[in-house]
Design a protein. Sequence first.
Length: 255
Amino acid sequence: MRMYKHFSDERRKKMVQMVNERGSYSITELAKYFSVTTETIRKDIICLEKRKELCKAYGGVVSVNSVSESPMRLRNNENIDLKERIALKANDYVQENQVILIDSGSTTLAFVKNMTNYNKNTIITNSIPAVMALAEKGAQPILIGGTYSQNTLATSGMVATQALEIIKADIAFLGASGFQLASGPSAKDFCDVQIKKDMIRNSRRRIILADSTKLTTDTFIRFADWSEVDVLITDSGVSPEVAEQLSKYVEVVQA
């Protein structure tokens, strides 16, 4: 029993070191690395979270030192002008009689608030603020069920994933916590990442809405390759040189 505890302690110590160095790991990656079951890793994570050495996330674990997504209420007040311009440009991609998926986030919320062509479309979202904004316009949006997050004011998790599996959308509008030249858009939370992946997989066309400050935002979980995205709508804060580089991977539209 003591030897087993010794092995567990050593594994958990190494796990904390690995996650702190990289920022995050999935449960599957850790189970493979330590040659143990995913259930063993889940027990390790529960123990380490209680000791405040790591933070549990959907499908994995993140470092307590990682920069987490700031609360939605705060992000709504950041770069308002840039988000408004991006939102207005995104309207150009909305047609009648479409099934539209809308991700949670401050930029996608700005898009919802500025949306003009909504009455003859089916709009599906996991964002509580987006549902409320659309309802105020007189629309009847569909809210994706799931686990509610106070941070993002949105739903995610297994129930949300199952709901999205039966939906085939014409277009999806998604936010991003950051985006890199070659690697693609990224987020800071495993829960957020999974529902973004689900929306991308179940949409015929995918559009990322992200202002230019996201180029310098430190995020570590990529949720898509640029090959999986059709359009990136950003603002003129992205330099011509960077926009040209991005255009090698995805269509770039600057508002």
